[in-house]
Design a protein around this ligand. Structure first.
Ligand code: E4P
Length: 215
């Protein structure tokens, strides 16, 4: 399973990319606003740091507007993937853009039916938002399970990108279900690398090392 980072925070992307574990980046308008820099500046910086798919979202809601925006965004860098929300207009735009060779990440997916339609329209990726489903008392991972099964049984080539991840168990479950990608916020990636027994183990080794004559 590929690991994307779900943020537009340049400092965090730089740091975690330096660990050698990042395959790509996903952004959205909220994450870009939170990062606090200009839009183009942010995207250009991210493209310099990570050599992999970088999802950038359109903000138009009509198909023609989405198409225009997507064509412009795709020109910024060859690694740019266009995020389009799953709506009838989003599907129309996806059909046209995917025929032009522009890769679409169909976003704000909350059901297996939406994922099925996204794949039909030619999306390269579908992004079920599992944390937001958990937040309203549904089991987000069930949607991932359904999509994984449907895609496998029907030979669908669209990649399953698990989004809106809230904790490390989400990551493990996504990997066990055979998701192609998990996009993970920096705090969750940090939780994935840390373990109290690792820290305790290092502390003990360093303590004992002090007693070893260095000769
Ligand atoms: C995915 O690409 C989105 O940016 C993201 O996962 C949304 O997650 P949230 O529910 O934490 O906002």
């Amino acid at each position: 399973m590929k690991i994307f980072i779900d943020t537009a925070d340049i400092k965090e992307i730089k740091e975690i990319a330096s660990w050698g574990v990042l395959d790509g980046v996903t952004t959205n308008p909220t994450l870009i606003a939170r990062a606090g820099l200009g839009f183009k500046e942010t995207i250009n910086e991210i493209c310099k740091i990570v050599n992999g798919p970088i999802s950038v979202e359109v903000t138009s809601t009509d198909a023609e507007g989405m198409i225009k925006e997507a064509r412009k965004l795709a020109k910024i860098h060859p690694n740019i993937i266009i995020k389009i929300p799953i709506t009838p207009d989003g599907l129309k735009a996806t059909k046209r853009l995917s025929k032009e060779g522009i890769t679409i990440n169909m976003t704000l997916v909350f059901s297996a039916n939406q994922a099925l339609l996204a794949a039909k329209a030619g999306a390269g990726y579908v992004s079920p938002f599992i944390g937001r489903l958990d937040d309203i008392g549904n089991e987000g991972m069930q949607v991932v399970r359904d999509i994984a099964q449907i895609f496998k049984q029907n030979g669908v080539k669209t990649k399953l990108l698990v989004a809106s991840i809230r904790h490390p168990i989400h990551v493990i479950e996504a990997a066990k279900l055979g998701a192609d990608v998990a996009t993970i916020p920096p705090p969750v990636i940090r939780k994935m690398v840390t373990h109290p027994l690792t820290s305790k183990g290092i502390e003990k080794f360093l303590e004992d090392w002090k007693r070893v004559p260095k000769k």
